[in-house]
Design a protein around this ligand. Structure first.
Ligand SMILES: *Cc1c(COP(=O)(O)O)cnc(C)c1O
Length: 378
């Protein structure tokens, strides 16, 4: 495609050139095993610990709270399954929300089959979690609350400070799936009493198949994989050194000058939203008008097939998503749009466009024009 417009940054992002550059030597010259004591191994270990430090610095947390994983899905599975296992003697109740990513929802479904009790909190029409319901739902048997930082479909940002105040007062562990937030908006686990935090490299211009889990206190969680004892015995297996180096590089770059990037992206986002709502009759915004991710635009054209709109834009070289990329292929309406009260007509008519740093106003103008044509044609 000679002139592609990429507006699907919530699905994945392009690695920074600096990231690829930093990774390459670790696929060649520096191939040592980080557990080996000789110099070649030490080089790998040093690079890995440098990446760990960079990530820790972006969140103001100690370096030894960062554990490398293969991504968001693994980090979420680790927390939900192993906290459930570790604290079973205390209770068997987990609280989450109805709008989580499948990596949390399907895992909770599994846990229910294994005898755990799971409460799924409601959200309001803008996608904000019901805090009164959270307070009411915590019982003596509750061991973990897992609430996503920001939603991958509609971009709504949850009130983590208030949530953390509730869970810490109740003495319940708090996990947040921050895959869509980390590297895009400021994320500080210390500010909201977070015990666990999930992030994924490929969502912040890092390599695919990389990620990390922040674990405030390793005594609150059982190990994930057993074996050679890597990652302080918490996640055995020879480390993905090139991936980890890339992850650290992307974390550092993403969190640099963040406020300026947020300001610019929010302006572009709001310009796009304003144009669509103003120029396409019947269109409605999904998600919160203000508390939303800087790059997220999610609009419904009720009665129009969102997948058909996405396909027409694809023919023009514009990449957008008609549902969460993870649920594409399924013909059921999005569980997130249902949770915010959208009817089937609006849910099937949703199109998600997620902007990134490299997008320009010109690209947005082109997209809005093509969108107008597609919607009126359909
Ligand atoms: C993409 C995503 C995940 C999954 O992360 P992977 O690294 O692709 O496994 C989990 N949660 C959210 C909110 C996501 O957007």
């Amino acid at each position: 495609m000679d002139r592609m417009i990429y507006l699907d940054h919530a699905a994945t992002t392009r690695p920074f050139p600096e990231t690829v550059e930093a990774m390459l030597p670790f696929y060649g010259k520096y191939y040592g095993n980080a557990s080996s004591g000789y110099e070649l191994g030490e080089d790998s270990k040093e690079a890995m610990e440098e990446a760990r430090q960079k990530i820790a610095d972006t969140m103001g947390v100690p370096k030894d709270t960062i554990y490398f994983t293969s991504g968001g899905t693994e980090s979420n599975n680790w927390v939900l399954r192993q906290a459930g296992e570790k604290w079973r003697h205390k209770g068997s109740h987990i609280i989450t929300t109805r709008i989580e990513h499948p990596a949390v929802l399907k895992t909770c479904g599994d846990l229910e089959k294994q005898g755990m009790e799971v409460t799924y909190l409601d959200v309001d029409r803008q996608g904000m979690v019901n805090l009164a319901q959270l307070r009411r739902s915590i019982t003596r048997k509750t061991i973990l609350v897992s609430i996503m930082y920001a939603n991958n479909e509609i971009g709504t940002i949850q009130p983590l400070r208030e949530i953390g105040r509730i869970t810490s007062r109740a003495g319940v562990l708090l996990h947040t799936d921050a895959v869509q937030a980390y590297g895009h908006i400021p994320v500080y686990p210390g500010a909201f009493h977070g015990d666990f935090l999930t992030a994924s490299g490929h969502k912040f211009n890092g390599p695919k198949g990389t990620g990390f889990l922040y674990i405030r206190d390793k005594n609150t969680l059982d190990p994930w994989q057993t074996g050679g004892g890597q990652e302080k015995g918490m996640r055995s297996g020879t480390e993905n050194i090139p991936g980890i180096v890339g992850l650290g590089t992307s974390a550092e770059i993403s969190c640099r000058n963040m406020q300026e990037k947020i300001t610019r992206l929010c302006r572009l986002r709001d310009y796009m939203i304003r144009r669509i709502l103003g120029e396409i009759p019947g269109s409605i915004l999904n998600g919160h008008p203000l508390r939303r991710l800087p790059g997220n635009v999610n609009v419904s054209f009720p009665g129009v097939d969102g997948a058909a709109v996405a396909a027409m834009l694809d023919l023009e070289g514009i990449c957008v998503s008609s549902a969460s990329a993870c649920s594409t292929g399924s013909s059921r309406p999005s569980h997130v749009l249902k949770a915010i009260g959208r009817d089937d007509r609006a849910a099937y008519g949703a199109v998600r466009m997620t902007l990134g740093e490299e997008n320009t106003k010109e690209e947005i103008d082109i997209t809005v024009e093509k969108l107008k044509k597609a919607v009126s044609y359909l």
